[in-house]
Design a protein around this ligand. Structure first.
Ligand code: FES
Length: 74
């Protein structure tokens, strides 16, 4: 079976790395708009650093899709 890795970034709002990538692909260009759209990071805030990193990775170089289908995290 071929399992696809999906990471839940925001537990409060059940936002995954794929949700963030999809938003970036759809033209979301700033983190505040991402928060308005997905509510990521708008409750406890524990996910904020990770969400920003994922969004930056998806947004940089106009390439919202990770090359290998996975997102790397610092
Ligand atoms: S885990 Fe994202 S706001 Fe709480």
């Amino acid at each position: 079976m071929d399992w696809e890795r999906i990471m839940v970034v925001c537990l409060c709002h059940r936002v995954t790395d794929r949700d963030i990538a999809r938003a970036a692909r759809s033209g979301c260009t700033d983190y505040e708009t991402l928060q308005d759209d997905l509510r990521v990071g708008t409750s406890c805030g524990n996910c904020d650093d990770c969400a920003r990193s994922v969004f930056a990775e998806c947004s940089c170089a106009g390439n919202p899709t990770p090359a290998n289908g996975e997102l790397a995290f610092a």
